[in-house]
Design a protein around this ligand. Structure first.
Ligand SMILES: Nc1ncnc2c1ncn2[C@@H]1O[C@H](COP(=O)(O)OP(=O)(O)O)[C@@H](O)[C@H]1O
Ligand SMILES: [Mg+2]
Length: 316
C-alpha cells in the first residue's frame, strides 16, 4: 500500500522524569505540503521533532516517516530527512562552503555532486559572496540560512524546521519564507514549528496546536478561525456620529458594541456576520449615517490561539 502521509505519528508519549513533555500526540502530515506545529514555549514542539527525526526515543507511541518506522530503521529515516533548528549548529572555523561540503561527505555523496549542490545552495540562500569566509564572520540570519542549507544538501524528502525564523529580522524572515515556499514547489514535505502565527498562516496548509504536550486543535487556518464561532463587524464613522451609531446599533441588534474613539471604530462580535452586516448597514442608513468603512472579518489566528490556550490554562 502506498504511504498516505509523509509523517504519521501515533499516540506519542514522552516523559522526562515526572514531566510529561508529550501526552499522547498523533499527527498526520501530507506529502508536498507544509504542516505547522504551533504552541507556546514548553508545549512539546522540539521534543516531538526530535522523536520524529530519530534523535530521541519516545516513552510510548510510534512514528512513520514516508512509511518507515523511525524506531526500527533510524538510519533509513536519517537518509531521507533534513533538520534545521532555532540554534544554528554551525562550526565557526569552517567557511560556508566547507560546511555544506562536509555535510555532503557525511551523506557519502559523490564529490562532483557535493560541489554542484553546495554551489547551488549557496546561490539560492544568498550566501555566494560570503561562501569562502569563516562562518564566525556571519550574521545571525546568515548562520540560520547556512544551517538550513546544511539540512538541504542531500535533498531531503521530509524536512523538519524547528522555529527557523525565531529572532530574525523581518526581511531575513521573508527571505526564509520564500525559500521554504520554493522547497514545497519542489515537492519537499515540511514540518514547521513556529511561535509566529502569521508565519503559520502564510506557510502552513494544515496546523496542529500543542499545549502542555497535547494537541488541542488542528485544521487549516480558515477552519481554526471559523471554529472560534464569531465574526467581527467593524464600522468607521465620523467622530460626532460615534455615540448615536453605538446607541442605535445596541438597541436594534441587542448586542454589546465596543467603541474605539481614537480610530472612530465600532466593533460588533457576532455569530452570524453575513446577515448582521446587512442589518448594520440598514440601521445606519435609517439614522442617516454613511459609514466610511463597513467590514466583516474573521478573527485572526492570534485570536484563535489566545482563546484556545486561555481556555486550556483556565481548565488546567
Ligand atoms: N531533556 C529534557 N529533560 C527534561 N525535560 C525536558 C527535556 N527536554 C524538554 N523538556 C521539557 O519538556 C517540555 C517540552 O519542551 P520542548 O519540547 O522543548 O517545548 P517547546 O519546543 O514547545 O518549547 C518542557 O516542559 C521542557 O522543560
Ligand atoms: Mg522548542
Amino acid at each position: 500500500m502506498a504511504n498516505q502521509y509523509s509523517i504519521h505519528a501515533e499516540s506519542v508519549i514522552k516523559h522526562f522524569g515526572t514531566t510529561k513533555a508529550l501526552d499522547g500526540v498523533s499527527l498526520k502530515a501530507d506529502y508536498g505540503k507544509v504542516t505547522g506545529l504551533l504552541g507556546p514555549n514548553g508545549s512539546g514542539k522540539t521534543t516531538l521533532i526530535k522523536i520524529m527525526s530519530s534523535l530521541l526515543e519516545p516513552t510510548q507511541g510510534k512514528v512513520l516517516i514516508d512509511g518507515i518506522d523511525v524506531h526500527r530503521h533510524p538510519n533509513q529515516v536519517r537518509n531521507i530527512i533534513g533538520l534545521a533548528g532555532q540554534y544554528a549548529a554551525v562550526d565557526d572555523y569552517l567557511t560556508g562552503r566547507e560546511t555544506l561540503e562536509m555535510v555532503g561527505r557525511l551523506y557519502h555523496m559523490p564529490k562532483k555532486e557535493i560541489k554542484k549542490r553546495s554551489n547551488e545552495l549557496l546561490q539560492q540562500l544568498g550566501l555566494e559572496d560570503a561562501a569562502d569566509r569563516q562562518t564566525k564572520t556571519y550574521s545571525g540570519g546568515m548562520r540560520r540560512r547556512l544551517d538550513l542549507g546544511a539540512s538541504l544538501v542531500s535533498t531531503p524528502k521530509v524536512l523538519f524546521l524547528d522555529e527557523p525564523t525565531t529572532g530574525l529580522d523581518p526581511r531575513t524572515r521573508l527571505q526564509l519564507w520564500s525559500i521554504i515556499q520554493d522547497l514545497v514547489t519542489k515537492g519537499v514535505s515540511i514540518l514547521l514549528t513556529t511561535q509566529y502565527l502569521e508565519e503559520a498562516d502564510a506557510l502552513a496548509d494544515k496546523m496542529y496546536v500543542l499545549n502542555h504536550g497535547k494537541v488541542i486543535a488542528k485544521g487549516t487556518s480558515g477552519s481554526l478561525k471559523s471554529s472560534l464561532g464569531v465574526d467581527i463587524i467593524e464600522v468607521i464613522v465620523k467622530q460626532n456620529q460615534l455615540i448615536l451609531a453605538q446607541k442605535s446599533l445596541t438597541q436594534k441588534l441587542n448586542k454589546t458594541i465596543t467603541i474605539d474613539e481614537l480610530t472612530r471604530r465600532l466593533q460588533i462580535k457576532t455569530k452570524n456576520g453575513s446577515d448582521d452586516i446587512l442589518l448594520v448597514a440598514q440601521i445606519l442608513h435609517d439614522i442617516k449615517i454613511k459609514p466610511e468603512e463597513l467590514s466583516l472579518h474573521r478573527p485572526s489566528l492570534d485570536d484563535v490561539f489566545m482563546s484556545l490556550t486561555a481556555e486550556r490554562n483556565h481548565n488546567a
